[in-house]
Design a protein. Sequence first.
Length: 372
Amino acid sequence: MHSALRLARVPGSVIMQPTTQCLPMDCTYCYLPFRKVKNLMPVEVAEAVAGPVNAWAAQNPKFEVVWHGGEPLATGREHLAALMAPFVGVKHSVQTNAALVDDAWCELLLEHDVHVGVSIDGPEDMNTHRVTLAGHPGFRVTMRGIERLRRHGIRFSAIAVVSDPDPADAARFYEFFAELGVTTLGVNVEEEEGVNTGAKRTDPARAADFWTALTDAWRSNPVVRPREVQRVLNFAGAVLRGHDTAPLPASFPWDPLPTVAYDGGVVMLSPELAGFTDPRFGDFTTGNVRKDGLDVLVAQAEQRTPWIPEFWQGIDACRATCPAFAFCGGAHAANRYFEHEGRFDGTRTRYCTTSKIALLEGVTRHVRDYRP
């Protein structure tokens, strides 16, 4: 199945990279190539993005501007506030390691009504990959920032990277976040992408057991919304209601998910490709907002971006060969590229196996076996 144009002409969100620097962390699984370099986004880049974004947000009150990676707070309060200033009518969110959070940051987050996501991997012994630039454990500095958020009444979600999805740890892992009071929990099994080439290969059966155990823990104390579990339950609900379950059918356009790098370069579909180059595709960007409007880049993305047609070939191959496609929608662009030696037309990836197929199997097993 092939379509000439598959990307939506209007995104639902924009990811902004205000700096490449990550302070004070140096996580061993990080995929970012320039996390030790302080490249700052000029205000003129934010102003260029804000023009079309404000128009889109006027039509979509849920439109979100996501400030993400390196560490957005490393940008500095005044500069990040200046970058946010041109945006009108959008929802701001920031993904942070929380280590730099202090009372002044909390005041800014409250003033701008910023949704906060904190990166932390569970109890202290599960955070061994999260170390500071000085080589010290990063858990306590993140927890110190979390306590400040809580003291100011700022609710927050969490994203955890799980390098070893051990089902024996799932209940303790979940209860940590329940006690922390997070609203939503995202769980990412460690991926091989970017400069992280040493990710452990996870047994799919073990991963499925982990997802079952995590769902069991949530069902026993449903105070946190587990993002991945909810995706499976939503999918199952659509099946039971007889709805079209394919998340990305040919008739329904993909959200282009534009990521605007610090210098104004725009990468579609996959934030993880920002900052990398390839002999065939160059720097993966569709263009730069300093030269062309973001609305133009989004509308013309498939004509301007040489790697996207190869990506569609991979999606079509997944659709034709994978029984989980209706749930998964096809392997992500960055995972294909980094796992398939620089190509986008490969099919199954290790990310598919552990975070999509095993997830579907694990949550489905819980639903089948659950007895209220």
